[in-house]
Design a protein around this ligand. Structure first.
Ligand code: TYM
Length: 338
């Protein structure tokens, strides 16, 4: 990622993903595919949000292998460290430091209203820890450290981004112009890929039913099988509309892969049944993922290369992050060590 003078400043993009398990088609179409496309036009900074992941208890060996796997998979999707920074969040300590500071500028009421907190605390009722509650201030720290203009995410992260803007504006209101207030960048199609087994729920990598999601690394036969089992409706007509959550979702996936509009898809499958449609969706997804899976198999076996990439990116990210953190500390009134 090049450094530029302020006059020719390209817009800055920041986003992150948790290495909390297998990465799904929801993550891919909601976020990752956009990250890859934005790299040519903008200054992009991407992170693996490993600090966020420990808000849910992790088994150490599995957690470590998930981090490597997610890193290799994002490279395989097309994140290019020659164009963008792509680092591991815990390698840049400014994230934790700014998160603490921002916790002191975030209200209990604001955090209590976060739907993700409500959902996750219901799901993990035996471990409603303080990190789960203050998770959005760490996310705000991630974004604000890089003065990001835009944050490409799926629709489920919109509320966290609104909170980030509120925190930034509140802080700026007290101390002057310290943070850039970021805008969400949410795709028109693919912003909310739903579960294949319950299309009223979002597709999630932490879903216990593996038939509900497609993992980017699922084998072709598994992908085909999961699509064939996807829940639809009894109308037997490929049409986008109300009460057709399952078909709407499959049409959204097909549209994300092929770039076709809903009308084009309806025309293509006019007079055909759901069986044919599901096979077409499955095959399109398999073909789209095939080169990603092939590249993944190369990267995951080259830990030395992965290390080279995440170290170089962390060094780059650290310089920017530290600059923002120093400014924040000074504005608040802390005494600098040096
Ligand atoms: P995470 O890891 O849950 O998801 C990563 C990205 O994938 C998107 N996404 C989806 N998009 C469409 N359909 C779905 N079913 C679907 N499921 C997930 C998410 O919206 C996200 O863009 N808190 C974040 C990670 C994070 C972050 C940040 C993001 C940490 N710091 C700073 C942006 C900026 C998370 O847990 O995403």
């Amino acid at each position: 990622m090049e450094q530029q003078t302020s006059q020719e400043r390209k817009k800055v993009i920041f986003s992150a993903i948790q290495p909390s398990g297998t990465i799904t088609l929801g993550n891919y179409f909601g976020a990752l595919k956009n990250w890859v496309q934005l790299q040519d036009e903008f200054n992009c900074v991407f992170a693996l949000a490993d600090l966020h992941t420990i808000t849910v208890r992790q088994e150490p060996a599995k957690f470590r292998s998930n981090i490597y796997e997610a890193y290799a998979l994002l490279l395989a999707c097309g994140i290019d460290v020659e164009k963008s920074a792509f680092f591991i969040q815990s390698h840049v300590s400014a994230h934790s430091q700014l998160a603490w500071v921002l916790n002191c500028y975030t209200q209990f009421g604001e955090l209590s209203r976060m739907t993700q907190f409500k959902d996750k605390s219901a799901k993990h009722s035996d471990n409603v820890n303080a990190g789960l509650f203050t998770y959005p201030s760490l996310m705000a720290a991630d974004i604000l450290l890089y003065q990001a203009d835009m944050v490409p995410v799926g629709a489920d992260q919109k509320q966290h981004l609104e909170l980030t803007r509120n925190i930034a504006e509140r802080f700026n209101g007290i101390y002057g112009n310290v943070f850039k207030a970021p805008e969400p960048y949410i795709p028109k199609v693919g912003a909310r890929i739903m579960s294949l087994q319950d299309p009223t729920k979002k597709m999630s990598k932490s879903d216990e039913n593996a038939n509900s999601y497609i993992a980017v690394l699922d084998k072709p036969e598994v992908i085909m099988k999961k699509f064939k089992r996807a829940i639809t409706d009894s109308e037997a007509k490929v049409r986008f509309g109300e009460g057709k959550d399952g078909i709407n979702n499959l049409m959204g996936i097909y549209s994300s892969v092929t770039g076709k509009t809903m009308q084009e898809i309806e025309a293509e499958f006019d007079g055909k049944g759901y069986g044919d449609f599901k096979i077409a969706v499955g095959e399109a997804v398999v073909e789209h993922l095939r080169p990603i899976q092939e590249r993944f198999n190369i990267y995951i076996n080259d830990k030395a290369y992965l290390k080279e990439c995440y170290q170089k990116s962390a060094e780059f990210a650290e310089r920017i992050a530290q600059r923002t953190l120093d400014k924040v500390m000074k504005k608040i009134g802390f005494v600098a060590r040096s």
